[in-house]
Design a protein around this ligand. Sequence first.
Ligand code: TXA
Ligand code: MG
Length: 316
Amino acid sequence: MSVLPANEESIADAAERLRRGGLVAFPTETVYGLGADAGNGRAVAALYAAKGRPRFNPLIVHVADAAAAARYAAFTETANRLAEAFWPGGLTLVLPKAAAGGIAELTTAGLDTVALRAPDHPVARALLAAADVPVAAPSANRSGHVSPTTAAHVAEDLGDRVDVILDGGPTAIGIESTVVDASGVVPTLLRPGAVPRAEIEAVLGCALAERTTAATPTSPGQLASHYAPRAALRLNALSVEPGEALLAFGPDVPTGACRTINLSAKRDLGEAAANLFGALRALDATGVPAIAVMPIPDRGLGEAINDRLRRGAAPR
Ligand code: TXA
Ligand code: MG
């Protein structure tokens, strides 16, 4: 495995590796992804194995733009509006899979839908353009772990299991894309994420439906314990218990923690999202048994932040 600064040469090399069935980690504006050619079943099988990801969890297929996406899925009118409003960007659309699109069965875990996203990051965009194949890319962490927001996080988690890690610096948003199922009549929020619910609802002119517990498939984002550090998380903490580290938010921070990281002293939810996974990894690395987490408002990006924290706190 090599960690290469992302530049024209390393991107061209990584694109060639993807075309030959290799695994390439690359930055997007949300988190780092672990990419494989979505049309190559063997490459995708290697990707599931590298992550230790259960094969019933389908992958997001990354494309350069809506025109490329149209080869792989049937776009509904709603989907067109959402893609126009939010692509390139942090929105993933689940749509009916095009039979002739050539996406491997394993990529979609055998479903008749496919998840598509056009990322908004210069390195991801250059890589997708150079590879000229649809790129299946889950977050580049071991299954169940905290998602990576730096190349170093990817190396920690996946090390020799990937061919190349393209280093494009820390990711700007720091939390995964919002996943919306637009395959049916009523668009449904499957996973809160980088694009806040209110922005999507403003484009739709109506509320997103909620995922029902009966909804298929079981996705990593839907498993109770996911995005989990080793330390226990204690949510909505207003004070610190002996031995705990503190994940703080806002200017009024309780004292007594052995180690404190403030997600955003000025209560900026964008800053908090960008800092979240790195802070969890850093506090975890100190070896504390538990991390107290201050309350975070549920508005805007707060919904996605609280979703990840709840899953990180769920019984393992
Ligand atoms: O920001 C992101 O979305 C990052 C970057 C790398 O793009 N990727 C990411 O992938 O978070 P992953 O695999 O960690 O999460 C993908 C989510 C999972 O919850 C998966 O179950 C869901 O998307 N998903 C994928 N295909 C689906 C489908 N056909 N139907 C329903 N959910 C699907
Ligand atoms: Mg993930």
